[in-house]
Write a protein that binds this ligand. Structure first.
Ligand code: SF4
Length: 274
């Protein structure tokens, strides 16, 4: 069961290592991705529930943003860095929507990254705004695997169609492909299916990332591997924990992705994050 708490925040535009600011209207994320790097945020909330089973809703986020935006220098805002801005609760609360309106009115550049096709609801705000870039993350085109590793996010088909619609409306868009589950989501056929699926999209660029060992990732991944892919536990653990194996894994994956991207004429759009 999901535990939802309404909270008030003091600040909403945070300094970011990715862009100038990040904006998160929620602490916690219903999507509950197995590999989520943001699970360290649980430590700041006091929640006992596991990652994916609680969300704190910053109900005053738009009000705080209205005030904050007047005294902070204009800069690029990443929406969002430690939650999904279009997780299912956003349908009810509309906090991301209200904040986007404020950012657009104040001419702040915006980069969105989501796994939720709910973003389509806000195309009326984004359409015609030249300083926005919309990204959808896709880690696999295998819907069964997606349901296991990203339970409440939109289906892959919905994500692809969201990007198609954005393009038709002239909204600049990109894809974030990954992180791929080692020896599962990064198999040759899986990657070909994924790159094939995005090859017809009008994307500005495509980020690609491998799975990295971040706080809590192995603890979350291990029971999944034990249940569905016990034969992979040893090699996945080496690719994550053993420095030499990890470098070898990275360089082989890098090369394979380059080859596949070249086949689909996507190589010039690829930006590696590893
Ligand atoms: S959508 Fe992003 S923030 Fe949410 S659980 Fe998945 S990886 Fe984490």
């Amino acid at each position: 069961m999901l535990v939802v708490k309404e909270k008030v925040c003091k600040s909403i535009l945070s300094k970011s290592g990715i862009t100038d600011y990040s904006l998160n209207c929620y602490t916690g994320c219903e999507h509950g991705c197995l590999y989520c790097y943001a699970r360290f945020m649980r430590g700041y909330t006091g929640h006992k529930e596991p990652w994916g089973k609680f969300v704190d809703v910053k109900v005053n986020a738009p009000l705080v943003l209205e005030k904050e935006i007047k005294r902070k220098p204009r800069g690029e805002v990443f929406v969002s860095s430690v939650c999904d801005p279009y997780q299912p609760l956003e349908e009810k609360y509309q906090l991301t929507r209200k904040c986007l309106k404020i950012l657009v009115e104040n001419r702040f550049p915006i980069t969105i990254l989501t796994k939720g096709s709910l973003v389509k609801r806000d195309f009326d705000i984004l359409k015609g705004y030249p300083q926005v870039e919309l990204g959808l993350t896709i880690t696999t085109m295998d819907e069964d695997l997606k349901k296991k590793i990203e339970p409440l996010s939109s289906s892959n088909r919905e994500r692809i169609s969201t990007l198609e619609e954005a393009s038709k409306l002239g909204i600049k868009s990109y894809c974030f492909l990954g992180p791929f589950l080692p020896f599962i989501g990064d198999r040759e056929e899986s990657l070909k299916r994924l790159f094939g699926a995005v090859s017809s999209l009008n994307l500005d660029h495509i980020y690609v990332d491998r799975l990295n060992l971040r706080f809590g990732v192995w603890k979350s991944l291990y029971p999944f591997l034990k249940r569905y892919y016990p034969e992979n536990i040893s090699k996945v653990s080496k690719a994550l924990f053993n420095k030499r194996e990890s470098e070898k894994y990275s360089s082989e994956l890098h090369q394979r992705i380059k080859d596949i991207a070249r086949t689909f004429r996507l190589l010039e759009k690829i930006e590696f994050c590893f």
